[in-house]
Each structure stands twice: as C-alpha cells, then as structure tokens.
Write a protein that binds this ligand. Sequence first.
Ligand code: NAD
Length: 260
Amino acid sequence: MLKNKVAVITGSTSGIGEGCARALAKEGCHLVINGFGDASEIEALRASFEADYGITCLYSPADMTKPDEIAEMFEMTVRELGGVDILINNAGIQYVSPIAEFPTEKWDAIIAINLSSAFHTMHHAIPIMTKRGWGRIINTASAHALVASPNKSAYVAAKHGIAGLTKTAALEVARDNITVNAICPGYVWTPLVEKQIPDTARTRGMTEEEVINDVMLASAATKKFTSIEQVAALALFLCGEAAENITGSLQVIDGGWTAQ
Ligand code: NAD
C-alpha cells in the first residue's frame, strides 16, 4: 500500500527520523531525507537507502529554522518526485537549563525547530496531499507533550504546542483522507538523549549513571528505553490502512510514564 508513495521526513539523518525513513523505505516509499551532519555520512546514508531498498532517496539540507529553505525542500520534492504523500515532522533539539538562565537564542531555536517548522511543512504539504486525495502527517512529539520536567521550558512548551497543532491540523483536513497524528515517546536511546546526559548531570549535580537511572528511567514504569525501531513501527502503522480513522491523536509510547 505504501509502495511508490513519497515521504518527507525532517531530521532524518539520525535517530528516530532515520529509523522512520528506513521503515518507510522497506515498504517501497521514495524518500526525502533532511537534517544536519557530516556531508559524506549523509551521502552514504542516502545512497544506502537507494541501494538497499530500490527506492529514490533525495537529501534536502533545509534548516528547519528557515521557512524559505522549508519551501525549497517542498519545491524540490514536487519537481523531482511529483508530490508528497507522507510527512513526518521529526527534527528536534533539546536544551536543559532553568528558565532564569535559559539563553534566549536557545528558546528561539527550540521553538523554531521543534514547533514552528511543523507549521511551515504542513503549510506546503497539505495542499499537495489534498490534491492527491490522500495523506499521512505524523509529528514526533514527546511524553513532554503531556507532562513537564524542570529545566526543559522551551522543549516542553514546543511539544505541548505540537500536540495542539496536530489536533488543529487533523480537524482541518479530516474530510480530505489526510490524517494527522503525533507520536509521544518517552526516552528513546538516540544521539539526542545521549547528548543531554552530561548537561542534566551538570544542572542537577548528579553522575551520568544517576541521570540515566534516577532521571530518564525514573518515570518509566517499565524501566526500559523505547527503541528507535519501536517508534518507527508505530509511525508505519499510522501510515497504514488500519489507521485510516485515527486522526488528531497523541500516540503514547512511553513505558507507562504518563499513566502515573
Ligand atoms: P537526533 O539528535 O538523533 O535527531 C535529530 C535530527 O534533527 C537530526 O537529523 C538533526 O540533524 C535534525 N536537526 C536538528 N536541527 C535541525 C534543523 N535546524 N534543521 C533540520 N534538521 C535539524 O534526535 P532524536 O532523539 O532522534 O529526536 C528526534 C525527534 O524525536 C525530536 O523531535 C525529539 O524531540 C523527539 N523525541 C525524542 C526522544 C528521545 O528520547 N530520543 C523522546 C521523545 C521525543
């Protein structure tokens, strides 16, 4: 069912986005991958998607803080691949600090990348999907779309915002065969999580091991990290026929964190 569909996945040079790209490529979707990183590593990833799955995979270097570059990403997608069927808004960054010391530029960057970029991508994707009569939009939110943690003001605000944006977009396109949902993972073992361990250790005066056990997995009833593959499998399900009537939902995959 997903063979020859076109998927645009922001922040897919690493972590969850790369996992979602791989899961869709396995189903025969053509891809536009996006994100930062070493140019030769990104090219190797792009080429491996084409070689391993027999699909077309393009790379867009669009910076999600720049609406013009987001527009160019969609111009390229339409020009080279004919349209877009699946959009996964996944690019995201984190910064950990109390509000009193939180740098303004970090606040602005997190709101731009983790929240506003999803508005800009949907602004371009929805008219294309409406014309094609089918679409799937998935926003990678977080358990932090539902609950807060100290020292993550911008991230929690952006993720709560993406929950509202998901619901609003879902209602606007509900009759157009386009679904819009958010996935809300607890901690997934990715480079983003790895990077925040030293920061959290510093701001809370803990060892890195204490951060993993007493902060990150403290709230997970299962005491397990979610895997990238588990998030990707949920995204794939949301793209499938069985999920046709699931829209405007927040799909929690957090080891029981927000059940408490
Ligand atoms: P990651 O750091 O592995 O990947 C982030 C991706 O976003 C990378 O490809 C990076 O290059 C890209 N990116 C960053 N800034 C960008 C920009 N300005 N423009 C374009 N791309 C940019 O992180 P991840 O853990 O895979 O996170 C992916 C998403 O999942 C994020 O939205 C994050 O908030 C969310 N999330 C992660 C976890 C977790 O525990 N890892 C939990 C809940 C939600």
